[in-house]
Design a protein around this ligand. Structure first.
Ligand code: COI
Length: 355
C-alpha cells in the first residue's frame, strides 16, 4: 500500500521543547501522525498528515465497550543516527492483542515501514540527551457506530509521537511500591496479556489509593489467590535473589514485555541464572527481610528499568537492600539504554536504523 503524505508547511510546525529532560511523559506531540482505516475487510487510506483531533461517531464501539489496543515503543537519536528498539516485537504484540480483542491484524512489514517513515519525517523532534527519547504510540480503535455488543467491522489505526523525558519524575531512582491485596489488574483467561485500553483504566483506583499513602506504584498480585506477584504499575517485575534473577512467568495474566524479554536475554548472556517462575509475596517479603532479596526492579518501554526501593504490604514498609539502586539494576539500565541509543555496540541485533 502507498502512503499518502501531506506535510504541515514548515512555518506552521512546532519544535522540540528546549528542556526535553523536563517535559515529563506524553505531554507534547509532534506535527504529524500516521492513520489507516479498516473497512470492508481490509486496511486502506494509509496517510501521514497533520497531528490533530479525530472525528468519531459518539456511538463508536471503542467508546462504549473498550475495543481498543495500543503499543509503546521508542526512537532514539544521536547526531544523525536514529534507532528503533526491537520494533518488530511491538508489531507482533499489537497483532497478538488484536487477535485477543477480535480486531484486525496489520501487515507487520507495512506496520514497520509506516512507523519508520513517520519517525524519519519527525526526526528533529527526537531529543538527544540521555534519559530522553521519542515515544511512539501505535493505537487501534473500533470506530463502527453501533451499540450492540459485537466485534466492530470498522477500525482506525494511528501512530502518534511524543518526545519524552524520564517516565518517573525522580528519573532513575528507586520508587516506592504499595502491594495491593484489594484490587487486581487482570486474571488468567482475561485480557491481562493484551495491551488493551481497559487494563489501564482498571489500574487507576488502586494506584490513586497508593499515591494517597505516599507510594507511586502498585505491585499487583494474582487475582485468584492474591498470593503471587504479577506486575508493578505498568511494568513487569524482577526480583534478584542472591543466586537467581526471577520474574513472573507469562501465564496469560501479565503483559509479555519487550524490555522484560531483553532483560532476561542480557542477564542470561552475563551468566546469571534467570527463572520465569511464580514468586509469592511471602517469599518476596521474607527475602527482603532476610537480605536474600538484593534487588527488585520493574521493566517497561516507558520506564525502561525502574529500581524498587521500598515495598508496603499489610501495614508495614520494607526497604529493599539499602533502598538505593542495586548493582545489577544499574548495569541492566546502563547497558540497555546504551544499546537503545546506539552508544553501546548492539550484540543482539535489536537495534533498527531509521534512514
Ligand atoms: C509502556 O511502557 O510503553 C507502556 O505502555 C506503559 C504506559 C501505559 C505508559
Amino acid at each position: 500500500m502507498e502512503i499518502e503524505v501531506n506535510l504541515v508547511p514548515p512555518e506552521k510546525r512546532g519544535s522540540l521543547p528546549a528542556d526535553p529532560l523536563n517535559i515529563g511523559f506524553g505531554t507534547v506531540f509532534t506535527d504529524h501522525m500516521f492513520t489507516m482505516v479498516y473497512s470492508d475487510g481490509h486496511w486502506h487510506d494509509a496517510r501521514i498528515g497533520p497531528y490533530g483531533p479525530l472525528a468519531l461517531d459518539p456511538a463508536a464501539l471503542v467508546l462504549h465497550y473498550g475495543q481498543g489496543i495500543f503499543e509503546g515503543m521508542k526512537a532514539y537519536r544521536r547526531g544523525e543516527n536514529v534507532f528503533l528498539f526491537r520494533p518488530e516485537k511491538n508489531i507482533e504484540r499489537l497483532n497478538a492483542s488484536a487477535r485477543r480483542m477480535v480486531m484486525p491484524e496489520i501487515d507487520p512489514e507495512f506496520g514497520l515501514y509506516s512507523i519508520k517513515r513517520l519517525v524519519s519525517i519527525e526526526r528533529d523532534w527526537i531529543p538527544q540527551l540521555p534519559g530522553t527519547s521519542l515515544y511512539i504510540r501505535p493505537t487501534m480503535i473500533a470506530t463502527e457506530a453501533r451499540l450492540g455488543v459485537k466485534p466492530a467491522k470498522e477500525f482506525l489505526y494511528y501512530v502518534i509521537l511524543s518526545p519524552v523525558g524520564p517516565y518517573f519524575k525522580g528519573g532513575f531512582n528507586p520508587v516506592k511500591v504499595f502491594v495491593s491485596d484489594k484490587y487486581v489488574r487482570a486474571v488468567r483467561g482475561g485480557v491481562g496479556a493484551a495491551k488493551t485500553i481497559g487494563n489501564y483504566a482498571a489500574s487507576l483506583l488502586g494506584t490513586q489509593e497508593a499515591i494517597r499513602l505516599g507510594y507511586s506504584q502498585v505491585l499487583w498480585l494474582d487475582a485468584i489467590e492474591r498470593k503471587y506477584i504479577e506486575e508493578c504499575g505498568t511494568m513487569n517485575v524482577f526480583v534478584k535473589f542472591d543466586d537467581e534473577l526471577a520474574t513472573t512467568p507469562l501465564d496469560g495474566a501479565i503483559l509479555p514485555g519487550i524490555t522484560r524479554d531483553s532483560v532476561i536475554h542480557m542477564a542470561r548472556d552475563w551468566g546469571l541464572t534467570v527463572n520465569e517462575r511464580k514468586i509469592s509475596i511471602d517469599e518476596l517479603i521474607e527475602g527482603v527481610r532476610s537480605g536474600k532479596v538484593e534487588e527488585v526492579f520493574g521493566t517497561g518501554t516507558a520506564a525502561i528499568i525502574a529500581p524498587i526501593g521500598e515495598l508496603y504490604y499489610k501495614g508495614q514498609a520494607y526497604v529493599v537492600g539499602d533502598g538505593q539502586v542495586g548493582e545489577l539494576t544499574r548495569r541492566l539500565y546502563d547497558t540497555l539504554t546504551g544499546i537503545q541509543s546506539g552508544e553501546i555496540e548492539d550484540p543482539y541485533g535489536w537495534v533498527v536504523r531509521v534512514e
